[in-house]
Design a protein around this ligand. Sequence first.
Ligand SMILES: Cc1cc2nc3c(=O)[nH]c(=O)nc-3n(C[C@H](O)[C@H](O)[C@H](O)COP(=O)(O)OP(=O)(O)OC[C@H]3O[C@@H](n4cnc5c(N)ncnc54)[C@H](O)[C@@H]3O)c2cc1C
Length: 455
Amino acid sequence: MIHSASDDTAIDVAIIGAGFAGLNAARELEKRGLRVQVLEARDRVGGRSRPGQLNGVTIDTGGQWVGVGHERLTRLAQEAGAALVPQYGKGRKVLQVDGKARTYTGLIPPVSPRALIEMQLALVALRHLQKKVDAARPWESALAPLDNETLASWQKRWLRSRGARAIFDIGVRAVFCARPGQLSMLHFLSYLAANHSFDYLISAEGGAQAATVQGGMHQLTTHLARQLRTPVLLEAPVMRLEQSDTGVVVTHGKGTLRATRVIVAMAPSMARKIAGDPVHTARDKLGERMPMGSVIKCLVAYATPFWREQGLSGEFVSDTAPFSPVFDHSPADGSCGILVGFFDGPEALRWSGDPDGRRRAVIESLVAAFGPAAATPVDYIDHDWIADPWSEGCYVGLPAPGALTELGRALRAPHGRVHWAGTETATAWTGYIEGALASGEAAAQEVALALQAER
Ligand SMILES: Cc1cc2nc3c(=O)[nH]c(=O)nc-3n(C[C@H](O)[C@H](O)[C@H](O)COP(=O)(O)OP(=O)(O)OC[C@H]3O[C@@H](n4cnc5c(N)ncnc54)[C@H](O)[C@@H]3O)c2cc1C
């Protein structure tokens, strides 16, 4: 897969980052007959999608679910010959609030009637507010002043009961890997506008966690990479982009190359580490004020999916246990049982750098949810995305309060010959693989038009 790039290599477009966004941009540009080179810092393609092996099963230690409406991703899976498997959801779910675990079926969690009413009113209010925000330009909406407010302060006004706050917090942490106090209310609404609704984002059936890819999500990036005429140049971190009137000199770990245009396809917080001449102060500052969420993803294998025999679906959410949410991710062939879950937000920060401690915390959380049978796994794997130097956290970059209104315009606007992609730049399905694919398409279209205009 490694291509030798010499100093005098001259191409149409250099694409930096071999995640879904960069690979899809490359594919679109090659379709138009352009000469493209993808440069990737890691020794693999996929970025925030990453494979792993657990008890002989290939699993995803990064992005995993295909949501309802993720059409590009669904088409890509079909094209790669990978089946989509609906998320297992038969049986009772476990909810733990203030240390007390209760099981339930359906969509209504076992909390007080007051908490349920408050939650419903808040969801209706959010649906109403998100309609007023254009996800492509939230800073221009009438609600732009909400960029100075955090989700926590909004939540405090709408949710007063303990149960409602606990459930809302669990949902926010699961979606953003951050506390409500870290999130700009404007960004929160823009994210909901780009991704259907809050209920959609926290749901499996009919929502963002509807299905998984048999054989793993990661195979889809391998599929995209294999189709490229010019192989991805791996282990080639880009350090510097130097623009002139005719092109860009790209300095990377294996040399330099010249391209007429460049697409930087990664989160803004990573993009700002690439030195630019000329410097793009606003984009760099935006990257600084858009840190990644905090998450550690863990998968635990058992000899059988024993929770199913107890009438449980494997879904567990908690405001008490450090490891939550959890879902059943057992292979369809029944060869073993697998639970997948997350340390998110503050819990991820707490357990980052302590692999033994967090493994114990995972098992303790699962025993609290599913009983003593959870104490004897046959295999375990995790990935600490905070400690991963080419992501520095996940799932997505989170604009701090004030950042969108002050600097949001720099998110997508080209900087001379440098264009931007990556799920953070998507105007729909932002934060998700679908958004990454769409952003790659949009950047490719922008670059193709710019090249055409220059010829
Ligand atoms: C644990 C986890 C669970 C998730 N779950 C889901 C899910 O279920 N469904 C879903 O749709 N999404 C999920 N996501 C989010 C999804 O994975 C991302 O939205 C998507 O993969 C982003 O793709 P991207 O191409 O925009 O960015 P990335 O995948 O981050 O690609 C950027 C690439 O740029 C490279 N790079 C960085 N700096 C440089 C440099 N200087 N030079 C060269 N290369 C560089 C990186 O190594 C990386 O390969 C999850 C993410 C994580 C981590």
